[in-house]
Design a protein around this ligand. Structure first.
Ligand SMILES: [Zn+2]
Length: 315
C-alpha cells in the first residue's frame, strides 16, 4: 500500500501575499516488511546520494577534552603561560579567556558600583569571574565575550599566545579555543555596536540578557557573517586546531525585535536551529588533520609542568 500526500516537518506559519501560493513537499507513505533496519539502510543510501559527507573529524579519537583558563584559574601565572593543565590523558585542551580581558565589570560597570548594579545574588554568583590579573594584580573581567582579539597584551599579546598554542600542541593534545557567539558582552566593541540593534527581544519587549550579556539574534544575516569572519580570523591568527561555539546546541529563543530583519522566521515563530546551522556552515570550526609538531621546536615561555591540575570553574 502506498499513500501519496504532502506535509511539512517544520513550523507552520507562512504569510502569503494576495495571489501568492504555497505548496508543501510531496511525500509517499508506504509499509515495509521487517523491522526498522531495512528502511534505515535505504535512507542511509539515499543520504549518501544527496549530500557530500564530511571526512572524519580530527576529534574522532578524542576521549578527554579538558577546559583550562576559567574563573580564578587563568592560563597565565608567574610570568608565563601555564602547562600544568596538560596531563598524560588530555587528548584535547580547550582554552578559555584567551582574549583581552575587560577592566570594567559586566555592563561596563566600575567595580565599586557593581554589586548595586547586579544585585547581591548575581554579584555573588559572578564573583569567580572577577579575577586579579596575573601580571598587574588589578581586578579584571575575563568573560567579556564578543571581540575575541587583543590576546592579553599584559601577557605578551598574540606572539606569546601563538607560542603557547604551538607548545601545547607539541605536548600532545589538540588545541581548541572556547567561544560563545550567542553572547556579546557590553564591554566588547561588538556588544557596544550591535547589542541593542541585533539583540534578542523577548515577548514582553525586554532584551534577553542571559550571562549578563546581550544575547545575539542569529536571524540577523550580518551577525552570522560577523561570527564567521571573526572565527576565521581567530583560526588564522592563533593557528589553533579548532574552535568551540558554546551554546550552539540549544533551542534558542523566539525574537520579537523590530530593529532588525529576520532571515527565516516570521514574527512570533522561531527557526533558531536553521540560523545556527547556517552560521556553523560558514565557520571553519576545525583545521584539517595535520602533522603534529615537536615541543622541542618551540621557544614559548612556559611554566614547568606540575603534578596537579585545577578543575575548571563552570559558569
Ligand atoms: Zn531577532
Amino acid at each position: 500500500m502506498c499513500i501519496r500526500d504532502s506535509f511539512a516537518f517544520e513550523y507552520l506559519r507562512r504569510t502569503r501575499q494576495p495571489g501568492e501560493s504555497f505548496v508543501l513537499k510531496d511525500v509517499a507513505l508506504s509499509a515495509h516488511p521487517g523491522d526498522w533496519r531495512g528502511p534505515m539502510k535505504s535512507y542511509a543510501e539515499w543520504c549518501h546520494q544527496v549530500w557530500a559527507f564530511r571526512a572524519p573529524s580530527s576529534l574522532r579519537g578524542v576521549v578527554n577534552m579538558i577546559a583550562a583558563g576559567w574563573g580564578q584559574s587563568p592560563l597565565f601565572r608567574d610570568g608565563a603561560y601555564r602547562t600544568d593543565f596538560i596531563q598524560p590523558r588530555c587528548d584535547c585542551i580547550e582554552l578559555m579567556s584567551w582574549w583581552e580581558w575587560s577592566e570594567l565589570g559586566p555592563w561596563r560597570t566600575p567595580w565599586d558600583q557593581l554589586e548595586a548594579r547586579l544585585g547581591e545574588a548575581t554579584y555573588n554568583r559572578y564573583r569567580p569571574y572577577f579575577v586579579e590579573d596575573p601580571v598587574t594584580g588589578k581586578t579584571m573581567y575575563p568573560i567579556n565575550r564578543g571581540d575575541y582579539d587583543g590576546y592579553n597584551q599584559r601577557w605578551g599579546g598574540l606572539p606569546a599566545f601563538q607560542e603557547a598554542v604551538k607548545a601545547y600542541r607539541g605536548m600532545g593534545p589538540l588545541v581548541t579555543l572556547y567561544t560563545d557567539p550567542i553572547l556579546a558582552c557590553d564591554n566588547s566593541r561588538c556588544g557596544q555596536q550591535w547589542g541593542k540593534l541585533w539583540g534578542i527581544v523577548q515577548p514582553n519587549g525586554e532584551y534577553s540578557t542571559n550571562y549578563e550579556s546581550w544575547n545575539m539574534c542569529h536571524e540577523v544575516a550580518e551577525y552570522r557573517q560577523y561570527v564567521a569572519d571573526t572565527m576565521r580570523r581567530v583560526m588564522q591568527e592563533t593557528d589553533a586546531d579548532g574552535i568551540r561555539l558554546d551554546e550552539y546546541g540549544h533551542g534558542g529563543a523566539a525574537c520579537f525585535s523590530t530593529l532588525h530583519k529576520h532571515t527565516f522566521a516570521e514574527p512570533g515563530c522561531t527557526e533558531w536551529l536553521r540560523c545556527i546551522a547556517e552560521t556553523t556552515r560558514m565557520v571553519p570550526l576545525l583545521r584539517s588533520a595535520r602533522q603534529k609538531t615537536s615541543s622541542s621546536s618551540s621557544s614559548a615561555k612556559l611554566a614547568p609542568p606540575t603534578k596537579r591540575s585545577e578543575p575548571p570553574v563552570s559558569e
